[in-house]
Design a protein around this ligand. Structure first.
Ligand SMILES: Nc1ncnc2c1ncn2[C@@H]1O[C@H](COP(=O)(O)OP(=O)(O)OP(=O)(O)O)[C@@H](O)[C@H]1O
Ligand SMILES: [Mg+2]
Length: 497
């Protein structure tokens, strides 16, 4: 029998009002790549946080290399050879990439034990080379995009000498080529008998990289699969406990002919150059491109979050001037950001407050007091529609699982009843069931006449949803394709230009 590196037995974990884990068993062999999967809120992150000492368990035992393991402090797991890439980034925004990688384990040299930036810089650069990415070790984290920040997290995890690498949705912001690089590193680790836990909602990746898959449902074991015998449908039915018919809802209606949003010659920092396109009434327009193509940057110019240097915006045949996101909301343009953690939520506030904050003026009644009944109704509507897993509307958003936080952001903006909805990677980090739900909502909104721009790095998502596809490369539009001409190859060609 192959030796076990980790064995967790009968793990229970409760948070006030939430049973996150119930009698969960988990095992990991040496040199094994294990996939951990389950719907949003199933308990994946919590299980790994119990293993790494972030949370103490209420019951159950953990064995590591055959011996009991009880890490008391978060951040100490690397001392026993476990490194973890947390789902929510743990980087200090004002420190450089290099300082983040070596935080708490600065390289010191000489008799005076001075921090050697030179050595750290070289080591960081070597890690980035290994990951085949181009990041200057001295760049501050806040100046990096989400994908690059994720790479810094990965570099940080790889900087330890580990026996076990836990990756909680490491690929959510990565482009295909970056995922391939990461996978080749994971395979190298396996070859050195290092074990890997891989958490992801991307079933293709699960099937590609893992040896075995453990499925959690509602905080309990739902089953195990040997990857070589498993299909997507097998995984899904264990995850959700029922069959899911299909992923993309075909919309019922067709887009109208009227132009709702006419974007003319938009240019602005950092890379947008002379972008023009039109969005019709009830149309779903897909915006494709590789990571770094400037899609999010364009969205930020459109909603006035970044000041454009040139360009005009015509909304329903009228020139509009949008200098700030507030102006955008006033004009009925809602933007659901890619970087939801920073731009979409107030983490210490409740689900209720987060869901309703963008519609407070609409909820106001006599003396500007909020109509609580109406507020509750709106919140419950979106909680139900998006299947947000919470104990009550008072559940603080910071304590929701990653995917459920994302659903709160989506709900918050849907509640504004926008004319134009810009969605930036709307299903990132969302489980398959909820993803189908988000797709259905997008199609329904379009059928109701909302004009929608969807930015997504997932081509199947773009192809499945869009009535028309535009493609960006290096800040410029490189293609505008009707549905019939939009296929994977044509889009990719335009994306690499
Ligand atoms: N610190 C906390 N306080 C209260 N509840 C929590 C806390 N952390 C997690 N939970 C709850 O525990 C449950 C499991 O959450 P967990 O983050 O483990 O889910 P997950 O499987 O990682 O989901 P996702 O795919 O969305 O990341 C959820 O219902 C969540 O709201
Ligand atoms: Mg999680």
């Amino acid at each position: 029998m192959e030796p076990l590196l980790v064995e967790m037995k009968g793990i229970c974990k409760e948070f006030p009002g939430v049973r996150a884990l119930h009698d969960v068993n988990f095992s990991l062999k040496k040199g094994e790549i294990l996939g951990l999967i389950g719907e949003n809120g199933a308990g994946k992150s919590t299980l790994m946080k119990v293993l790494t000492g972030v949370y103490p368990q209420n019951a159950g035992e953990i064995f590591y290399n055959g011996k009991p393991l009880a890490l008391k402090k978060p951040g100490e797991s690397y001392k026993v050879g476990i490194s973890i890439i947390f789902q929510e980034f743990n980087l200090c925004p004002n420190m450089s990439a290099m300082e983040n990688i070596f935080l708490g384990k600065e390289v010191r040299t000489g008799a005076a034990k001075l921090i050697s930036y030179k050595t750290m810089r070289a080591k960081a650069a070597a890690l980035f080379t290994r990951l085949k990415i181009d990041i200057n070790p001295d760049t501050e984290i806040r100046k990096l995009g989400v994908a690059q920040q994720q790479m810094v997290e990965i570099a940080k995890a790889l900087s330890y000498d580990t026996q076990l690498l836990i990756m909680d949705e490491p690929t959510s912001s990565l482009a295909m080529s970056e995922v391939e690089n990461l996978f080749s590193i994971v395979r190298d680790l396996k070859a050195q008998n290092i074990s890997v836990v891989f958490i992801s909602h991307k079933l293709d990746e699960m099937l590609e990289i893992t040896d075995r898959i453990t499925v959690l449902r509602d905080g309990m074991n739902a089953g195990e699969l040997k990857t070589s015998d498993a299909t997507k449908d097998d995984i899904i039915s264990l995850m959700v406990g029922r069959e899911l018919d299909h992923f993309f809802t075909k919309r019922k209606g067709t887009p109208g002919k009227d132009i709702v949003l006419d974007v003319q010659n938009f240019s602005g920092p950092p890379i947008t150059k002379n972008v023009s396109f039109q969005l019709h009434k009830g149309e779903i327009l897909g915006l494709a491109g590789l990571v770094g193509a400037g899609r999010t940057e364009l969205a930020k110019l459109l909603i006035g979050m970044v000041k454009k240097t040139d360009g005009t915006l015509v909304l329903n045949n009228q020139h509009v001037i949008i200098n700030s996101p507030v102006d955008a909301v006033k004009n009925g343009i809602a933007y659901i950001p890619e970087d939801r953690k920073n731009l979409g939520l107030v983490l210490p506030m409740t689900t209720r407050e987060n869901l309703s904050m963008s519609i407070h003026p609409k909820l106001a009644k006599f003396l500007n007091l909020i109509d609580r009944k109406k507020e509750t109704a709106v919140c419950n509507h979106y909680v139900g529609r998006l299947r947000i897993k919470i104990s009550s509307l008072k559940h603080v958003v910071n304590n929701l699982s990653g995917g459920n936080q994302q659903k709160v952001v989506i709900g918050k903006w849907l509640a504004t009843n926008p004319t134009v909805l810009i969605l930036d990677e709307p299903t990132r980090g969302i489980d398959v069931g909820a993803k189908a739900e988000v797709h259905r909502i997008i199609a329904e909104l379009a059928d109701e006449g909302v004009s929608i721009l969807v930015i997504s790095s997932e081509l199947p998502e773009i192809l499945g949803l869009s009535d028309r596809v535009i493609v960006m490369h290096d800040g410029q539009l490189t293609a505008d394709l009707p549905k019939e001409q939009a296929d994977q190859e044509t889009i990719m060609r335009a994306a690499v230009n």
